[in-house]
Design a protein around this ligand. Structure first.
Ligand code: SF4
Length: 134
């Protein structure tokens, strides 16, 4: 996957199924925030150009509406999908109960690798319960 493809994925908020937990994560909190920033930037810049060019100063509120409709709401929906997926990963894998699991990136902090139902980086050898976390 090229850098351009990644940017397009972020911009398009490409959804990932929260059913297939064996896939490596495409959606993380970081990707959602980046997607939101990209979309908001494009909408704000285009709105400023259109409002300035056509002198639509009385319709500035439309820009806020577009911002909500095309950036904030899709990001919120993406965040809900992400949260569902993380909940299912936590229930379905050993990593979900481990203190090294980082849910925001679906990541093992110890190995710095993504986990899935098919892949547990330490194969259980370094598991430590969350309750002993300081
Ligand atoms: S240490 Fe092992 S069990 Fe814990 S999160 Fe990492 S891979 Fe999963």
């Amino acid at each position: 996957m090229t850098a351009f493809d990644k940017i397009v994925d972020l911009f398009m908020f490409r959804a990932q199924s929260d059913e297939n937990l064996s896939e490596m994560p495409k959606i993380t909190q970081g990707s959602i925030v980046w997607g939101l920033i990209l979309r908001a930037s494009v909408i704000i810049i285009l709105s400023m150009i259109v409002i300035g060019f056509y002198k639509l100063y009385n319709y500035w509120w439309l820009a806020f509406f577009l911002l909500w409709l095309l950036a904030v709401y899709p990001a919120y929906r993406q965040f809900q999908i992400f949260n569902n997926r993380i909940k299912k990963i936590e229930e379905a894998t050993l990593c979900g109960t481990c203190k090294y699991f980082e849910p925001t990136g679906q990541l093992c902090k110890l190995f710095d690798e993504h986990v899935s139902t098919n892949y547990i980086p330490c194969e259980g050898e370094n598991w430590e319960p969350k309750s002993f976390e300081d």
